[in-house]
Design a protein around this ligand. Sequence first.
Ligand code: COA
Length: 333
Amino acid sequence: MPRIYGAEVAGLGKCLPSKCLTNKDLEKIIDTTDEWIQSRTGIKQRYVMGEGETLSDLCVVAAKQALDQANLHVDDIDMIICGTFTSDHKLPSLAALVQDKLGAKNTGAFDINAACTGFIYTLVTGAQFVRSGASKNVLVIGADCCSSQIDWEDRSTCVLFGDGASALVLRQHDDPNVGVQSSYFGSDGGGKESLWIEAGGSLMPVDEEVLKTKKHRVTMAGKDVFKFAINALSTSAKEVLSQEGLDSSDIKLLVPHQANSRIINAAAKRLDFSDEQIYLNIDKYGNTVAASVGLALRDSYDEGKFKSGDKLLIIGFGAGLSWGGTVINWSID
Ligand code: COA
């Protein structure tokens, strides 16, 4: 039997763009109200990229914080993986840009596109590198700039999203029971049209007709995604808990993808989690796509919501359709 290592979470980092856009600010741009947005989603504000800011720069700030906390030098990283669908450029990967800006010399780098499930896919992929012994220190990043992809005249989508970057360092540990444990993932590409950007890929490159019809912007069937999301979160949680032989009472904190507080609360109710066990920070950031779970991890850690020895349940869903989850046995204070 090959040896399995632990993939310990050794550091966390985050970075938001400088420009804060409150619901009140949006009232001046589109036909909406602070009351509508807060009551339907729990969102009070979000951050969006300002003049001269780039997603790769945000990632570098978040990555340096995570490396500092892990007490690691940039040359210690031997793999960089970014969850994103909005790299600075169509080519190359965001991970390659981050590698260059960090000056990391001993690493591979690649992206994963799993939309809002991106952080969980990236985290679990990074953990496989560490658990197998292929890598010693993996830099996991979740980052998106959705403000560049949405239709700012479509009030049913533009109020939901924000930009941001989060980072996490996975460090090899002798004990396989430390860090990232079992995972579960699901996919239903048949539901692609309920949350997608139709144009800009190889099938429909952007041309004048696309620009006119705005097919290069995010479109979403909100109610369909809402129903799907509650099931996706509960299924992901149940599958991971059952693989680990755990129930909700064993989990210190549920850290879900932050898309809508009503979706999270509805799923948590089905799963028998108390309000104290559920982490919500959607009010501050909106839905930051692949950054969201990492931002929630960093903020909940800073707020002292868990400590060494606690178990965290991470669950998410997004375009694809995609969904999944994992358990982290937390080991640092
Ligand atoms: N401000 C004011 N009114 C708005 C609005 C806004 N920003 N956006 C939509 N509306 C209007 C619609 O035009 C519609 O009006 P109508 O009834 O006159 O046609 C009405 O509000 C729809 O309201 P409601 O049925 O209460 O909406 P909802 O409860 O389905 O909530 C969402 C809408 C988008 C918040 C909800 O469906 C949702 O969160 N879906 C999941 C989206 C998501 O999480 N996506 C990301 C996945 S990773």
